[in-house]
Ligand binder design. Sequence first.
Ligand code: ZN
Length: 54
Amino acid sequence: MTYKPGSQVPESGIYWCTVCKLPARLDEGQMFPECENMCGRGRWELAPEDKPES
Ligand SMILES: [Zn+2]
């Protein structure tokens, strides 16, 4: 599931840019920003949570 810049953050967490993988902590209700690296087609994806290796 990916989200466009300008759409609403559905849940608080760490998201990353699908192009450059730059992570950003975003809060529920915020708008997804443009990627700081100006990735033209960058979208946001919820980053995997830190979990013990399984
Ligand atoms: Zn990016």
